[in-house]
Design a protein around this ligand. Structure first.
Ligand code: HDE
Length: 711
């Protein structure tokens, strides 16, 4: 029997004396060691006394109340039971879609009054700031999935206006897969993991998804978008947002103007390449949320401008497609985007669960001066969101949670239900009443009025014929891309369809592609090893060949011509040129870019002039996929030892393969030789042999990628 056992064995009663036998100070905290050697951090004048949820002070948070040191636990240990009970109930159902998300606070600022179009209070006063909460998300993956799935990104904005909360629950893609909300559960079931095997997760590269899609020609426009680089954004900061549906703005005279909402990132758009996305998911599954966190922590607040495409019934009736069809967009070249304000994200949440997880966006949260249209997808969403919040948040009082509560005064007579926090005070909980003259009453003048639309028609389950053209805008999108983007799109289709096991699904998809662009269809068929070309799919309407290209649909045709907000990974070794590193750091910071040092050890490096440079990453954890551009500032000895490390060789080969700009010192040669790229260095690689070269490198980086390297 051990010494410890001998003192605590059998019927020896639990020591009544809880006094620890040893006390020490560790990291400035009073620490005591218990009888079993366990660590107690005891309260002193600087610490609060731990309590139960009921406020009862806790004396021991390490040991369950038990009968004898090795005896059974006592049921009366209310602290233990409360702690475990609460832990057991920590999870709430994750969102059915958009489960993985990241929310932050900010504000919206109006540039000019829009009184002409809308009497919404938030749109009346130039320069007025309205608090906002924004949650970005992926759609298909579960809450713990990785950030760089090929997927649509949610872009949901809650505006806490003075006349109630206005939620613009949008995506980073301006069109959607389906036309009628009836098909949403099918779409989502098909996209998420198969119910029997529970894989694959967070991706559409599987039979069920493509089976469904290939049977839904209306999804073809959206298919082009999700196969494009829009579905693998470099970060939330570099993507556009869209309200997708046509909404209405309504002014004080009751006049309606149709509107489509756009969020335009101030830093421009940027995406990663697919091979990079797959590697980022391994290296940093939290890549997007970390990026948002870091930007706000550094005070480099992400910003978007709110744009509106405004148009009237006359335009709507002449437009090539139905403005109520969410699988179509209105090209910006036809109805320009009027910039009306900016959204700045400047505050991280205090607590992820309380805010990001519990935030409840609802499309039906609109304010006076804004209204819905009959878009059948939007009408369905207006039912779904409220319903889903009740399930997720457990009752009708989710608006009592601070992130969901309006920030303007609100007065109603709704009461009770789970977790009611603020019921109406006093005797009156009904209206009309005579007890409470000042109590809440409707206001014809200030209240929300629906737009006086004149609706009539036969009651039927029917799809409008004006929704029948499924291919023309898909073709327009494809043809509006640069050759590099078209190649990425074709490669994505080939990748995804190569994961489809059932051949007929692949064939069906190629038959749709034939209605979009013949060359695209041929490339995909060839790369899928298809021996025979199928016939084009039967189309409800023939594809229009006359639609003009829309340059606004391309990422690469639209700048940003700046490296601001981007990140350079500098691979360094001992003996590296410290002055060069300082010059590069200075040039990067003047551009608004940031630098991270990657080194053989996390302890950093000592430069040739004896200075210590801190590292942010050890080479194995800091692959070049995490950076927008890379630099190698190494000594000859350093390069020789890096050359022996697979992670260092991958650092440079990946940077080249992912079209990144690379700066290097002549001493890096051994690493290039070992990586097999010495003869492949090109105009995207800048030798840092003079001061000017640092600036050359930064100005090249403004192009973001050296696409000329594309084979
Ligand atoms: Fe959603 N969608 N959706 N959706 N959606 C949800 O609401 C739904 C659609 C979008 O960060 C759910 O709270 C239906 C289009 C975003 O919390 C659910 C239809 C667009 C978010 C729901 C659509 C979106 C959601 C799941 C077809 C872009 C995340 C959990 C008619 C315009 C919001 C939840 C957040 C979330 C239903 C289609 C955007 C189930 C029925 C189109 C950004 O209510």
């Amino acid at each position: 029997m051990s010494k410890k056992d001998s003192t605590t064995h059998g019927n020896v009663p639990a020591a009544p004396n809880r006094k620890p036998y040893k006390q020490a100070k560790f990291n400035d905290q009073h620490v005591a060691f218990g009888r079993g050697g366990e660590v107690h951090q005891t309260a002193d004048h600087e610490h609060d006394i731990m309590t139960t949820q009921q406020g009862t002070p806790v004396s021991d948070d390490q040991n369950t109340l038990r009968v004898g040191a090795r005896g059974p636990a006592a049921l009366e240990d209310f602290h233990f039971r409360e702690k475990l009970f609460h832990f057991d109930h920590e999870r709430i159902p994750e969102r059915v879609v958009h489960a993985r998300g990241y929310g932050v606070h900010g504000f919206f600022e109006l540039y000019e009054p829009l009184t002409k179009y809308s009497n919404a209070d938030i749109l009346q006063r130039k320069g007025e700031k309205t608090p906002a909460f924004v949650r970005f998300s992926t759609v298909a993956g579960n809450k713990g999935s990785f950030d760089l799935a090929r997927d649509v990104r949610g872009f949901a904005v809650k505006l806490y206006t003075k006349e109630g909360n206005w939620d613009i629950v949008g995506n980073n893609i301006p069109v959607f897969f389906i036309q009628d909300a009836m098909k949403f559960p099918d779409l989502v079931h098909a996209a998420k993991e198969a119910p029997d095997r529970a894989f694959p997760q967070a991706q559409t590269a599987h039979d069920n998804f493509w089976d469904f899609i290939s049977l839904m020609p209306e999804s073809m426009n959206m298919v082009m978008w999700i196969m494009s680089d829009r579905a693998i954004p470099r970060s939330f900061r570099f993507m556009e947002g869209f309200g997708v549906h046509t909404f209405r703005l309504v002014n004080a005279d009751g006049k309606s103007t149709f509107v489509k909402f756009h969020w335009k990132p101030k830093l421009g758009m940027q995406s990663v390449v697919w091979n990079e996305a797959m590697k980022i998911n391994g290296a940093d599954p939290d890549y997007h949320r970390r990026d948002m966190w870091q930007a706000i922590e550094m005070g480099d607040y992400p910003e978007w401008e709110l744009g509106m495409q405004l148009f009237d019934e006359d335009f709507a009736s002449k437009f090539d497609f139905d403005v109520l069809d969410a699988t179509k967009l209105i090209p910006e070249e036809e109805v320009p985007v009027k910039i009306v304000g900016r959204l700045v994200l400047d505050r991280l949440v205090d607590n992820f669960f309380a805010e990001t997880e519990q935030v409840a966006f609802c499309t039906q949260n609109i304010v006076p001066g804004v209204d819905f249209t009959n878009d059948p997808l939007l009408q369905g969403r207006n039912f779904s969101y409220l319903d889903t919040q009740v399930k997720r948040l457990g009752g009708p009082n989710f608006t009592h949670i601070p992130v969901n509560a309006p920030k303007c005064p609100f007065h109603h007579l709704q009461q009770d239900g789970h977790m009611a926090m603020h019921n109406p005070k006093g005797r009156v909980n009904y209206e009309p009443n005579s007890h409470q003259p000042g109590g809440p009453r409707e206001s014809v003048e200030k209240g929300f009025h629906s737009y006086h639309a004149n609706e009539n028609g036969e009651k039927d389950r029917v799809r409008s014929e004006s929704f029948a053209d499924h291919y023309s805008q898909a073709r327009q999108f494809y043809l509006s891309q640069t050759p590099v983007e078209q190649k990425h799109l074709a490669d994505a289709l080939i990748f995804e369809l190569s994961k489809v096991e059932i051949e007929i699904i692949r064939v069906r998809m190629v038959s749709h592609l034939l209605n979009i662009d013949e060359n695209l269809a041929k490339t995909v068929a060839e790369q899928l090893g298809m021996r025979q070309m199928p016939k084009a799919a039967d189309a409800a309407m023939p594809t229009r060949m006359d639609l003009q290209q829309s340059p606004a649909l391309s990422i690469l045709k639209n700048g940003p011509d700046s490296f601001k907000g981007r990140k350079i990974g500098v691979l360094m070794s001992d003996g590296a040129d410290g002055q060069l590193f300082e010059a590069l750091s200075k040039a990067a910071s003047q551009e608004g870019a940031i630098i991270e040092v990657v080194a053989p050890t996390i302890g950093g490096v000592i430069t040739k002039d004896g200075k210590h440079v801190k590292a942010q990453q050890k080479i194995d954890g800091g692959p070049s996929v995490l950076y927008d551009a890379v630099a190698l500032i190494v000594s000859a000895d350093g390069a020789a030892s890096l050359a022996k490390m697979p992670a260092a060789r991958d650092f440079v080969t990946d940077a080249m393969a992912h079209f990144k700009f690379m700066a290097y010192t002549a001493e890096a040669d051994a690493l290039f030789v070992a990586a097999g790229i010495r003869t492949k260095l090109d105009a995207g690689c800048v030798l840092l042999n003079q001061d000017k070269a640092v600036n050359d490198f930064i100005s090249k980086c403004r192009m973001l990628r050296f696409w000329e390297r594309t084979p």
